[in-house]
Structures are given as C-alpha cells and as structure tokens.
Design a protein around this ligand. Structure first.
Ligand code: SF4
Length: 261
C-alpha cells in the first residue's frame, strides 16, 4: 500500500516520468523531494518555451516581438530560475546556451509563416479521464496539461507542442502526449477530430534547425492512452516503485538517494 500522499492529478510529464523510472516518479511527484541539481536542458527548454509563447501572444495584438525581444525573454526566465543549482553539460556554459537560444529563437521568428492565424496560446486543461474510460479497475485522477498553441495554417487547424532537443528526431516520436492533448482539446471545446497534431522541435545543434513532426491521432490511440494511464495509476496505487537505470540517470537529480535505495 502507498503510505505517502498521492497527487490528485496526472500530467503527461508525470506519466512519462513514471514509465521511464517509477522511483524517480515517487521521489518527485509523491515525496516531493528537492533534486540535487537542475539539468541545464530543463531550464533552457523552459526559457525557450516561454519566449515562443511570448512571441505567439504578441501576434494576437499585431505587435510582434522581434528575435532580440525573444532573447531578452529567454534571459529573464533563465535569471529567474530559483530551484536547485543548474548542472551544465560538457562544454556548456550559461553564455553558450544563451547564444544557442538566440540562434534558435531567431530561426523561429524567420521561419514563422505570415499566414498563420494563432487561435490559442498556453491553454490549460483538466479533464476527468474516468468519464472517458469505461473500465472500472481503478478510479482515475484528473489529467491536466497546457496546450502550447492552436493555429490555423493553409485551412487546417493544428494543435502544436513545442520542444527543444539536442538531436534531430529520427522519425519515431512518442505520439502519446499529443494523443492525450487531443482529449484535452476536446475538454476545451474543440473538435479533436477536426484538428491536426504536431510536435515542432527546435534542435539546438551547432547549426540550429526546426523540425515539424506531424502525429496522426485516431480513436484507437486515445483508447491506448487511457489504458496506459489506467495501468500506470494502478501501479502507483499498488506502490510499484523501483529504479530503472538508463541514459536518463545522468540528468536525474536523485542519484545519491537512488544509490542508497
Ligand atoms: S538515478 Fe536513474 S534509476 Fe535512479 S531514480 Fe534517477 S532515473 Fe531512476
């Protein structure tokens, strides 16, 4: 049986953390332990993400921010980080990351299509999965998230999730987040079957690039998503927590504690 306090909701980040390493999930989402460090990629991604959000918001007012403005937003977000100290990767410094962010955001502004109609930016949702999941193996919690953006381009409506990454996606992306977000969009009043879904990756290689990965979402995918959440939640309630060492351990802030497990 679980002895700590279970969260009353799950996000995609929480679900994917559990799938990657259930012990890390327990430390973070249940025991709420402070990690020993914050990986630079996390702060970098959040800061770039906020800069893109600020740009999309600015298109709604018709007074678009420039790439220099976005670099300022990035800098402000970076400086406002007040969690555990940032751990940098090899050959990385605050300055090299600021330059990479500037180059990526500049590319983002350059490639932004003038015919884009931004419909929504950073829209939060909370949906009751139990209503969508007829099996009663366990009572599912709320599923919460934030839709990065909904945009119209070429007569199609896209739900877009922006990601920063160190490498170009190789074609096989994990579709499940957008499958879950299609249900979130339904909760926000959109018709999920009238939308297209895609991840837009900002690739922070020496030569920065942007890669769009369309994700087809069908009803069978939603059922698979719900089944996954159901099994994850059942395992959490059954106190199934154990280390799953992988390449992800290098960016895990619970290594010392995990070593004593
Ligand atoms: S160090 Fe690795 S195995 Fe241990 S909790 Fe973190 S991710 Fe899991």
């Amino acid at each position: 049986m679980v002895t700590g306090k279970l969260p009353d909701h799950l996000s995609w980040s929480s679900i994917s953390t559990y799938v990657q390493c259930s012990l890390k999930w327990r430390y973070h989402y249940m025991d709420r332990l402070e990690p020993e460090f914050t990986p630079s990629a996390l702060v970098f991604g959040q800061a770039v993400h906020e800069a893109i959000g600020a740009f999309l918001e600015s298109t709604l007012t018709g007074d678009r921010l420039s790439a220099a403005n976005l670099a300022d937003v990035y800098r402000q977000v970076w400086l406002s980080h007040d969690g555990p100290g940032v751990r940098f990767g090899s050959k990385e410094t605050e300055d090299t990351l600021q330059k990479k962010a500037g180059a990526l955001l500049s590319l983002f502004v350059d490639q932004y299509r003038g015919d884009t109609e931004v419909i929504a930016v950073e829209e939060p949702f909370a949906i009751d999965l139990q209503e969508l999941w007829p099996e009663e193996r366990c009572q599912l919690p709320l599923f919460v998230g934030v839709v990065d953006s909904i945009q119209k381009q070429n007569g199609s409506t896209f739900l877009i999730d922006y990601k920063t990454t160190a490498r170009k996606p190789n074609g096989s992306v994990n579709v499940m987040q957008l499958v879950g977000y299609s249900m979130g969009a339904a909760g926000l009043g959109y018709d999920p079957d009238e939308m297209d879904y895609r991840y837009d990756y900002l690739v922070k290689t020496a030569q920065p690039s942007m890669v769009s990965c369309p994700v087809p979402v069908e009803e069978k995918d939603r059922r698979r998503f719900l089944k996954t959440v159901d099994r994850v939640w059942e395992a959490i309630q059954g106190s199934i927590f154990y280390p799953n060492p992988s390449y992800l351990c290098s960016s895990c802030g619970y290594q010392s504690r995990c070593n004593q497990w």
